[in-house]
Design a protein around this ligand. Structure first.
Ligand code: PMP
Ligand code: GLN
Length: 384
């Protein structure tokens, strides 16, 4: 007799994330991995030194639930300096175990069964499962290639009395599109006189090549209704540390912390102290990130000259999208597998970001790599 309980899946349509799948495939086939977004170079030495210091100085037990005070203060200073936004570091900033957890927690704190959440597609893979687990429903607003600009008429049409939240990701993964002041003004106009909450996924806030980063924190009217999330993983080349934060007005932060305390409670203690020291001693590091990645983007684009890939514009993030229709008729998932296995360069198929599987025949390269890696990959890609 089978006594195992039947377990109807809460996420029946979800498999393993494309990032895990492509990194595994790259490892199996010894391919250069331009798929999953992570740097192949070292974090700043001074940051590593501070981590070692705090490990040995005794920061090995639970830190405070919302994060250590000096890191929250450093985050508040940064938000004030960059966006003119005043957040109270005691009650309005929470340190999280990565942006993924911050996003999940903000959604769990706000979305009830029957609520609707507006997302823009291509959409980062964690948003929809988080909404689904909270019992919410997503309304998908398409971003049209090749510019992937938001269509404010379509957003207006998607808003109704059940709309609880709109998730904004700028600079945008995977397209590299960047929202402008006019977009924020539209967002303010459409949410004014509603109870809609905004969730800003701003993990690429410092990696912007055109214009300025329009943080939800920069716009007082939007800030009042926003969870603003950023990740130290992207800013300090430490995606494996999994430390990020969520800034939100006190009322929203209080609800956020109710959930946070029961899904992670606290975040790795020595990393927080190391980040606080580094942010205070070298605030310019993050300011230099845009130029650092602009050079990498331009290097990769130059290396790709003469290839049959058609590169799309890239105004932010460390991702470069490309069309491959001069090379192959394969669907993007199959093309990405073929490129990995047969040509030795792993990439992400952009349809993985499309809830309905729409295939624009686009792939995404990650250029957060050493020049040697980018040059070696481009040499293989030019031969395709
Ligand atoms: N949002 C976006 C748009 C991302 O690209 C990523 C990861 N690269 C995350 C969230 C998750 O960040 P973290 O690794 O800090 O969880
Ligand atoms: N955000 C990273 C990317 O877009 C991947 C993170 C992950 O593997 N979940 O490549």
């Amino acid at each position: 007799m089978n006594t195992r309980p039947a377990l109807p899946s809460r996420l029946p349509n979800v498999g393993t994330t494309i990032f895990t799948v492509m990194s595994r495939l790259a490892n199996e086939h010894g391919a250069l991995n331009l798929a999953q977004g992570f740097p192949d170079f070292a974090p700043p030495a001074a940051l590593l030194e501070r981590l070692t210091f705090h490990l040995h100085a005794g920061a090995n037990q639970y830190p405070p639930m919302a994060g250590v005070a000096p890191l929250r203060a450093a985050i508040a200073d940064k938000l004030q300096r960059l966006y003119g936004a005043r957040y109270d570091s005691e009650s309005e900033i929470t340190v999280t175990a990565g942006a993924t957890q911050a996003i999940f927690t903000a959604i769990a704190a706000c979305v009830r069964p029957g609520d609707e959440v507006i997302v823009f597609a291509p959409v980062y893979d964690s948003y929809i499962p988080a909404v689904t687990l909270a019992g919410g429903r997503v309304r998908v607003v398409a971003l049209a290639p090749p510019q992937f600009r938001p269509d404010w008429g379509a957003v207006a049409a998607a808003i109704n009395a059940r709309t609880r939240m709109i998730i904004v990701n700028t600079p945008h993964n995977p397209t590299g599109a960047v929202w402008m002041g006019a977009d924020m003004a539209e967002l303010a106009r459409l949410t004014r006189a509603t109870d809609i909450v905004l969730l800003g996924d701003e993990v690429y806030e410092h990696i912007i090549f055109s214009g300025r980063h329009e943080s939800l924190a920069r716009w007082p009217e939007l800030r009042e209704r926003s969870f603003v999330v950023s990740s130290f993983g992207k800013t300090y080349h430490i995606t494996g540390w999994k430390v990020a934060y969520c800034a939100a007005p006190a009322g929203l932060s209080a609800e956020f912390r109710k959930v946070h305390q029961f899904n992670v409670f606290t975040v790795h203690h020595p990393s927080q102290l190391a980040l606080a020291d580094f942010m205070t001693s070298d605030p310019g590091f993050a300011d230099g990130l845009a130029e650092f990645y602009r050079a990498k983007r331009d290097f990769f684009r130059r290396q790709m000259e003469g290839s049959r890939f058609e590169l799309l514009p890239c105004d932010g993030t460390y991702f470069q999208m490309a069309r491959y229709d001069h090379i192959s008729d394969l669907p993007d998932v199959e093309f990405a597998r073929w490129l990995t296995i047969e040509k030795g360069v792993a990439v992400i198929p952009v349809s993985a970001f499309m809830p309905d599987g729409t295939d624009h025949r686009l792939i995404r390269f990650c250029f957060a790599k050493n020049e040697a890696t980018l040059a070696a990959a481009a040499e293989r890609l030019r031969a395709v």
